[in-house]
Design a protein around this ligand. Structure first.
Ligand SMILES: C[S@@+](CC[C@H](N)C(=O)[O-])C[C@H]1O[C@@H](n2cnc3c(N)ncnc32)[C@H](O)[C@@H]1O
Length: 297
């Protein structure tokens, strides 16, 4: 067998989907499961050739142009560096919407869709004012506005680069959102009038340095560390956001958080200390406690 570096630099043998698939497997076989590689080919074929996944297996002899072939070749070269497919394509799906993504924003995760779904079901038909703290790609704020059309939605991030992406995503999805460039760890006393919000939501950075080893290299090397990591206290962002939300929310208003592995044990009591009650923790589809809701009486 040829060494991997030689295989990786080989050209795609012919301009058919079958040859592309073979090439993807030979270049990426040592990094990903066969089923994941098949999925990469399916997604790239949908993206670059407009071939739906349902007909791909019968289109394996389909011939593509040189420029189309080049796109597959570029994609496989980026994938072999460990770059996630969403960054390679520059887009991700979220709650039935398309989001532009780049290295300044976290790739939206399925568990975050579950958090959005919780809020959408709770707040349906209501005239709510919402704030998304640490908006990144804007996925939460945009999905809320799209599904709660009567809501007024604001979204905040400390990263100007992330906000640029979030603004582009709001335009792409044709929703009106007020974006704010602020640091949530600073005093945010005058950000919104006290008692003016119905919903505060956040998926803040929650990975501690102790948990870094458990993070896959694809994530560590390609996703923005400002979106992932918290220094020292794993509840740092949760405490600041809860303190802010306790003032900014109306009576009856609710705070929703996504959380990591270390927060479920301690977050409920922190929220109680900030005056929240009716605290509910929910598991994600894989059975992990990943979401929490707390309201003001
Ligand atoms: C885990 S990501 C969540 C992104 C997006 N909401 C999502 O769920 O995919 C956390 C976000 O918080 C932002 N962030 C980090 N520190 C912040 C701070 N001090 N103030 C405001 N935003 C911050 C990061 O830029 C990042 O976009």
């Amino acid at each position: 067998m040829l060494p991997l570096c030689i295989l990786a630099s080989m050209k795609i043998a012919s301009n058919t989907i079958a040859a592309v698939k073979e090439h993807f497997h030979s270049v990426l076989g040592h990094m990903y499961d066969a089923s994941e590689i098949d999925q990469f080919v399916v997604i790239c074929a949908g993206e670059y050739l407009g071939v739906p996944s349902t007909v791909l297996s019968s289109a394996s002899a389909l011939k593509m142009s040189e420029s189309e072939l080049l796109k597959f070749s570029k994609a496989v070269n980026e994938l072999k560096t460990g770059k996630p497919l969403q960054y390679v394509l520059g887009k991700a799906d979220f709650y039935g919407l398309k989001m532009k993504v780049n290295s300044y924003v976290l790739i939206p995760r399925p568990e975050t869709e579950e958090l959005v779904d919780w809020i959408v079901k709770d707040q349906k038909e209501k005239d709510v004012r919402c704030l998304d703290v640490g908006t990144g790609s804007g996925c939460i704020a945009i999905a809320l506005k799209k599904n709660l059309p009567r809501a007024r939605v604001m979204a905040l991030d400390v990263s100007e680069d992330a906000l640029t992406v979030a603004q582009q995503n709001a335009m792409l999805n044709k929703v009106d959102i007020t974006f704010i460039n602020e640091d949530i760890l600073d005093a945010l006393g005058d950000l919104v009038p006290p008692g003016s919000l119905d919903v505060v939501v956040s998926n803040p950075p929650y990975v501690t340095s102790a948990e870094k080893d458990a993070i896959s290299p694809n994530v560590l090397e390609h996703e923005p560390s400002i979106a992932l990591f918290v220094e020292g206290n794993p509840l740092l962002f949760y405490g600041h956001i809860a303190g802010f939300a306790a003032k900014a929310l109306k009576k009856g208003g609710c705070l929703y958080f996504e959380m990591g592995q270390t927060q479920p044990a301690t977050l409920p009591s922190l929220l109680e200390k900030h005056g929240f009650s009716d605290i509910e923790v929910r598991k994600d589809l894989s059975g992990k406690e990943r979401m929490i809701k707390a309201c003001l009486k």
